[in-house]
Design a protein. Structure first.
Length: 70
């Protein structure tokens, strides 16, 4: 497993946090560590999923998202 931080724009409330957490938790090979307004931290299996796919799942919920710079 590898760690990934995601920067997220457009989150404003607890519902936003729950929506992002749900999207990430539903992904194969992803374990959610933390979701808060503006960011998320996950561990992922690079054999199952790539960072851009994880960010895309957040974008599918309606938020601007990209992997954070290391």
């Amino acid at each position: 497993m590898q760690s990934l931080s995601i920067e997220i724009e457009g989150m404003t409330c607890g519902h936003c946090v729950a929506a992002v957490r749900g999207a990430l938790a539903g992904m194969q090979g992803v374990r959610v560590e933390e979701v808060k307004i503006g960011s998320a931290r996950v561990e992922y299996d690079p054999a199952a999923v790539q960072p851009e796919q994880i960010a895309e799942a957040v974008r599918d919920e309606g938020y601007a998202a990209h992997p954070a710079a290391a």
